[in-house]
Design a protein around this ligand. Sequence first.
Ligand code: TYD
Length: 202
Amino acid sequence: MFITFEGGDGTGKTTQINLLKDFFESRGKEVLISREPGGTPVAEKIRDILLDKNNVMDDVTEAYLYASARAEHVRKVVKPALEQGKVVLCDRFLDSSVAYQGYGRRLTADKVMEINAKAVDNVLPDRTYLLMLDAEAAEKRVTERGEKDRMESNGDDFKERVNRGFLEEAKKHPERIAVIDAGRSIEDVAAEIRRDAEKLLK
Ligand code: TYD
């Protein structure tokens, strides 16, 4: 089972992933947590390039770098773990590219899907939890974490387009993407995700 967490920066994905891991383990599942961009030594290096504020790059270059990191991560980490019967929980995946590069950078969803077609190697999430938070609350959480990286430094318009992109994706794939209101307490959000995950186990 491949489950991804999506949403803007500062929506609490990491916390929720760890809580869901505990849940699956309590049900006797082996769980692997990973993240994109990253998850392998080379993909982590690509991540450093992408998030380094000193780097200026073309939007198409950016999209290919995210796809390259994904190609590496899917083949080296996600596929093998799924083949071993593990539950894979991933902090961001393809929907982030559609939202950030497709809508944020305006490359369009189609172009981003085309760039990623080979990268994903037919591995697509069984379930996606899309954590949505209003812009102000998200900004507050990102600022509290300290210095912003290259992607977090984008303006409000960009973030708005990203959020719209995620919601468009959710509309396109209602059977896969569950939209979760992340403005509630950690425990309330976790309980909603757990209830859904419980159904997936059946
Ligand atoms: P992440 O580490 O999840 O950031 P955070 O913990 O702040 O949510 O992701 C790094 C950044 O990369 C984040 O700003 C979103 C962006 N991103 C894309 O633009 N495209 C992608 O395909 C992915 C996976 C992430």
